[in-house]
Every structure is written in structure tokens, then in C-alpha cells.
Design a protein around this ligand. Structure first.
Ligand code: PGA
Length: 252
């Protein structure tokens, strides 16, 4: 399957940054005809309209970092799925560990967001991952399986169009510590098996499973060449166009 490389800018950037970044990225993409991966940029939400406008007609998509599960209502500060769709945003990160840990997102909230996105025909990148403590206690696989299962519970679906999963070990996010390609590949296999247990096997085989956590220009190639790794969710190294481009070039 085509690899998916998503840039998660988190709460970084500015309008001048955006205005310099996009032309640099698009010029770099045009120069290198060898990029076959699908690229998506997820900026802070105030920049979504400008980014969507700037990327119109380009091969790079626009994604959001968060969404609310309700269609509308008294939810100050929140954004609905239809609002994203209005802007041409077709994909959204959900369940990032920062949202789980810092903003109290529960499995139930994440499940509701997933359902809201997929039922409206948008795509979701569902983030899962264990803490260092959980890995050291040997519970990493069961924790991640639990997160995947909780997100899919009650969907009752045999197939879920538009779902991607990002395995992001919490201890590797923003720390410079990366899971080894083997550690990541093993966990991706566990996630695939878990997906197959919830959906039909054919559908599970087609769900991209991305790796995230300190992906950079040096380690992207070895991670992305693993059999079970179908892309990357890139934080820090996606903030500058040259490094994001260099990662894109290593994807297949
Ligand atoms: P990082 O972030 O690449 O800076 O570790 C990845 C993420 O949190 O999605």
C-alpha cells in the first residue's frame, strides 16, 4: 500500500512560517519526481484555511489535529467534523497521547470521534502507544491492543473505510528516543492482528499502520522499510520543509 506520511505540527508555527514552508515544500516535491508516498500536513487549526488554500491542486493533503464528536452545540473552543469538511480537510489525528494525557481524553471520547469522522466520510489517524513504565512492565502489547479495541468497540463493522492507526510509544515522542525498527515492526504486527480480530482480515490488511515518535531524516529510512510499517506520523522533524521533504523521499 502507498505509505502515508503525516506532519503533526502540534502547537507550533506562525503565518510567516506557513508562507515560507509551503512554497519550499512544493518546490522540493516538484524537483524530486521520486516521491510516491502520500503526504498530509496537520497544522494548528487556525492555519487550516490558509494551508488548504495554499495546497489546493498539489499532491499534499491537509489534516486536523483534533475534532469534537458532536455535530454542533455548546462546546466552547471545539471544532466539528462538518467544519473540517467545509475547509476541505479530509483527515484528522485522534487520540494523540498528548490529548489523552494533558487534556483528559478517554477511550470513549476517542471512539466517538472516530465514529463521527468515518461516518461523515473523513479519514482518521488513531494514535495508540504505551508509556515507558508499561513497556518496562511488559504490558506494552496489551495496553496498545486495549486502545485499539476500545476505539473499535461497538462499531460492529466488518470494515472501516478511512481508518489509519499510528503507533506512537509515549516514551519516544519528542524525546529523541525512537523505537528500534524491530520493536516498531513487532508492535505493528500486534496491531494488525488486533485489527483482524475486530474487522475482517481483508479490511485489516488494508489499514495503514504508521509509526510515530522521534522520526527524523536519519532514522526514517530504516523504520519505513519494515514490512509492517506503512508510514509515519512526524512531529518535530516536520516543522521545517527540508527535513519533512527528506523524510518523504525515504517513503515508498
Ligand atoms: P515527534 O512527535 O516526532 O516530535 O516525536 C511525534 C508525534 O507526537 O506525533
Amino acid at each position: 500500500m502507498k505509505q502515508l506520511i503525516a506532519a503533526n505540527w502540534k502547537m507550533n508555527g506562525s503565518l510567516p512560517h506557513l508562507q515560507a514552508y509551503v512554497p519550499a515544500l512544493l518546490a522540493g516535491l516538484e524537483e524530486s519526481s521520486g516521491i510516491s508516498a502520500r503526504a498530509v500536513i496537520c497544522p494548528p487549526s487556525p492555519y487550516l484555511p490558509a494551508l488548504a488554500q495554499m495546497l489546493k491542486g498539489s499532491p499534499v493533503g491537509v489534516g486536523a489535529q483534533n475534532v469534537h464528536s458532536s455535530p454542533k452545540g455548546a462546546f466552547t473552543g471545539e471544532i466539528s467534523v462538518s467544519m473540517l469538511a467545509d475547509l476541505g480537510v479530509g483527515i484528522c489525528i485522534i487520540g494523540h497521547s498528548e490529548r489523552r494525557q494533558l487534556f483528559g481524553e478517554t477511550d470513549g471520547m476517542i471512539r466517538a470521534k472516530l465514529e463521527a469522522l468515518l461516518s461523515a466520510g473523513l479519514e482518521a489517524i488513531l494514535c495508540v502507544g504505551e508509556t515507558l513504565e508499561e513497556r518496562e512492565a511488559g504490558r506494552h502489547e496489551s495496553v496498545v491492543e486495549g486502545q485499539v479495541q476500545a476505539a473499535l468497540a461497538e462499531t460492529g463493522a466488518e470494515a472501516l473505510t478511512g481508518l489509519a492507526v499510528a503507533y506512537e510509544p509515549v516514551w519516544a515522542i519528542g524525546t529523541g528516543k525512537t523505537a528500534t525498527p524491530e520493536q516498531a515492526n513487532t508492535m505493528h504486527g500486534v496491531i494488525r492482528t488486533c485489527l483482524a480480530g475486530n474487522l475482517n482480515a481483508g479490511a485489516a490488511a488494508n489499514i495503514p499502520i504508521l509509526y510515530g515518535g522521534s522520526v527524523n531524516t536519519d532514522n526514517a529510512g530504516s523504520l519505513l522499510s519494515q514490512s509492517e510499517i506503512n508510514g509515519a506520523l512526524v512531529g518535530g522533524a516536520s516543522l521545517e520543509a527540508p527535513s519533512f521533504l527528506a523524510i518523504l523521499k525515504q517513503a515508498g
